[in-house]
Write a protein that binds this ligand. Sequence first.
Ligand SMILES: *[C@@H]1O[C@H](CO)[C@@H](O)[C@H](O)[C@H]1NC(C)=O
Ligand SMILES: *[C@@H]1O[C@H](CO)[C@@H](O)[C@H](O)[C@H]1NC(C)=O
Ligand SMILES: *[C@@H]1O[C@H](CO)[C@@H](O)[C@H](O)[C@H]1NC(C)=O
Ligand SMILES: *[C@@H]1O[C@H](CO)[C@@H](O)[C@H](O)[C@H]1NC(C)=O
Ligand SMILES: *[C@@H]1O[C@H](CO)[C@@H](O)[C@H](O)[C@H]1NC(C)=O
Length: 294
Amino acid sequence: MFSGKLLLIHLISFWLSIASLVAAFGDSKPGCQAKCGNVSIPYPFGITVGGDDDNRGAGGCSIQGVGYGYNVNCNTSYDPPKAFIGTGNLEILSISGTEIRIKSLVATLCYDMSGDLVPDGQNHQIVTSNLKPTPFTFSNTKNRLFTIGCNSAGALLGWDQLGKNYSSQCISMCSSKEDVREGSCNGNGCCQNTIPKGIKNFSVGLVWIANTTILSFNPCSYTFLADREQYTFYASDLQADSKVREIPQVLDWAIGSRTCTRKTAKVASIQSPVLLIAVKYLKFLKYMTIELMV
Ligand SMILES: *[C@@H]1O[C@H](CO)[C@@H](O)[C@H](O)[C@H]1NC(C)=O
Ligand SMILES: *[C@@H]1O[C@H](CO)[C@@H](O)[C@H](O)[C@H]1NC(C)=O
Ligand SMILES: *[C@@H]1O[C@H](CO)[C@@H](O)[C@H](O)[C@H]1NC(C)=O
Ligand SMILES: *[C@@H]1O[C@H](CO)[C@@H](O)[C@H](O)[C@H]1NC(C)=O
Ligand SMILES: *[C@@H]1O[C@H](CO)[C@@H](O)[C@H](O)[C@H]1NC(C)=O
């Protein structure tokens, strides 16, 4: 009886603290480090050395008991220091009342005119990202899968909390610079597609069928998941020094939304041989991969 009451009191104070948290979002707890470099770290997030999930919740600075991921690793070996989720390599760019913006990894292929991969360390045909240890998901309302390039196909294979897989694809076709419309991501030089709701981890893969005509104005192709509000396509993005790497990705972090109803997403049928190849690559070609995780 007593312990039941105690539990009830705990539950009430837990919900009260969440309620006050929603009301007063934006500040760090008193006595806690408020910023990491340029990034504000508001409660329920808190900075702990190395991002470790200590059982005090970053010495009382972050929330406890609602899942891993609220501890931030503020790494001061960078100037300005960089903030990472937990002990992983997902870099936080900003935190708002319901969303975290993180640095996106971009699947990239760059060829020289003889058709050889440019050896600059930027080429990654497959990029994977993992939020599974956290209560966060990749936002399906804010993010889009983008593919940039002529005759290029990008595919995202994502998994939800229950390990069920979903896919999203994007094909971009063009044969000359003139096919491309500035500011318009409609399948000519740039393609965008939505992603399913509730994705916890994913692979994004890129397949590109380029020839010398295309390479003369489009030496690099890219595919990535990013904030649709922060990306506008320009023909200059077909270049090697593209700014596409600067577009953040959005995570939903709101507490208490762990179980969300989910419509059964239709897995798009594979309509083109290019995509068939893309899907095969995702499955079988594990070289040149790079991984983000918490
Ligand atoms: C980030 O911080 C550095 C120095 O701490 C400053 O020079 C720079 O302008 C800041 N950038 C932003 C985007 O606030
Ligand atoms: C900070 O970043 C450096 C360079 O990437 C890395 O070697 C180091 O382990 C990081 N420190 C922590 C505490 O994560
Ligand atoms: C994502 O997680 C699921 C299980 O939830 C696993 O089967 C799958 O291999 C993972 N994908 C990647 C790319 O790590
Ligand atoms: C996706 O799930 C289906 C079953 O729903 C399974 O047959 C298929 O192999 C899975 N694909 C991958 C790449 O895991
Ligand atoms: C390269 O591909 C484009 C688009 O498919 C095509 O129009 C062009 O003729 C091709 N050029 C060469 C040299 O094969």
